[in-house]
Design a protein around this ligand. Sequence first.
Ligand code: ZN
Length: 294
Amino acid sequence: MRLANHDGRAVLVLSGGPDGGKAADIATASQGRFGPDLASLYADWDGFTTWVRTALTGLSPDVVLDRALLGSPSPYPSQVAAIGLNYADHAAETGYEVPTTLPPVFTKFPSAITGPYGEVTLPPGGNTDWEVEVVAIIARECHQVSEDSAWDYVAGLAVGQDLSERVSQMAGPAPQFGLAKSFPKFAPIGPWLVTVDELETAGHDRDDLALGCAIGSGQEWDTVQDGRTSKLIFSIPRTIAKLSEVITLRPGDVVFTGTPDGVGLGMNPPRFLRSGETLRTWVKGIGELEHTFR
Ligand code: ZN
């Protein structure tokens, strides 16, 4: 299934895309048992998915999607974990060693979360960079889960942008990721959550998804990142197992799984987002984000 946040209400996308697609309002269809908020679905993910399986064929669309109304499929997670240096080529372009036993982990503060489309304000005096990432949304509370079972704790995947302001990131005696990656709207997530079974039914491999992003102004688009999740150093299930060695992941929590090479910081000379430019971010099989910078 594709589960979207449309104007703050959980909807099941039945057909079409983010503009004009048809969806069913979950609170209406379930007569108030689930929704309307997204968090309530993650809180009872097994009950919700069981209901969807029985109700799906009888659902009729009552919502026409408007991309301006789409929000993050997990708008208020209790935690956001983000992984650094999780692709070897990206570690190399930033001048760091490849992690072997534990990847660098930081948070993007949840107030930075925004939806799949919109405008983002560039922090003055900063160098704002792009990082396409697959985002995993957690379905069930978990602590110390094995890599083999970790996919069972994932509700689904979404497209994420780990927008990063490099001046403040590098300003202190040690790099600080949390603040530099948490300006307003620096954590776009969307356009919806896609469950793993939906991805696989459509012929995609959950461990080998194509992801990328392109910068445009007007008609010209420059693809700056073009990677595959099969090149993750810590795969999505291994990342969840590693995180859960320490923290308890909760329903609705968000994991940014790392970015491939092609960020602006790694270019020679470095290149950052400019006012008026638009960033398109995609994961094949999930969808696309689009943000314009001011
Ligand atoms: Zn990142």
